[in-house]
Design a protein around this ligand. Structure first.
Ligand SMILES: [Zn+2]
Length: 140
């Protein structure tokens, strides 16, 4: 009995689960958007929006996308806007992107890879896996 198009979630607890996930995704997106919008006017409110998004994430086990998470300060909880309350520097020597929160001074470093190094469209990992046919021939 599958009515809804099966959204490929990591943990699929059936219809209820996917409904909860969909709403949580939407709410998190909305809250983070509002947080960025309200930051210049009211940093406290922006922090509150981020906190709510984080709480929804932990309660529902819906992850905040990593690229968005990088722009949330882990210390003070503010949304980080480059040029406003965040500074971004790239260290090409050790392939790190450094995001500093200018309101509390927290610095976070994330590794990055060059675009051409990302094996996004490569089938290589699947090809290099040991094939079962080879193992079979060895036992025979
Ligand atoms: Zn901060």
């Amino acid at each position: 009995m599958s009515f809804m198009g099966s959204r490929s979630t990591r943990r699929n607890y059936g219809k209820m689960r996917s409904a909860v996930t969909a709403v949580a995704h939407e709410r998190i997106d909305l809250l983070l958007g509002q947080a960025v919008e309200t930051l210049p006017r009211d940093p406290k409110l922006a922090t509150r929006y981020v906190g709510l998004a984080k709480r929804i994430s932990t309660r529902t086990k819906v992850r905040i996308p990593t690229e968005k998470k990088h722009y949330l300060c882990k210390n003070c909880g503010q949304p980080l806007i480059p040029g406003k309350n965040a500074r971004i520097r790239i260290r090409s020597g050790n392939s790190r992107i450094i995001i500093s929160c200018l309101s509390c001074g927290t610095i976070r470093r994330y590794p990055y890879r060059k675009l051409e190094q990302l094996p996004r469209f490569s089938m290589k990992p699947y090809i290099t896996l040991p094939s079962p046919s080879r193992r079979k021939s060895r036992t025979n």
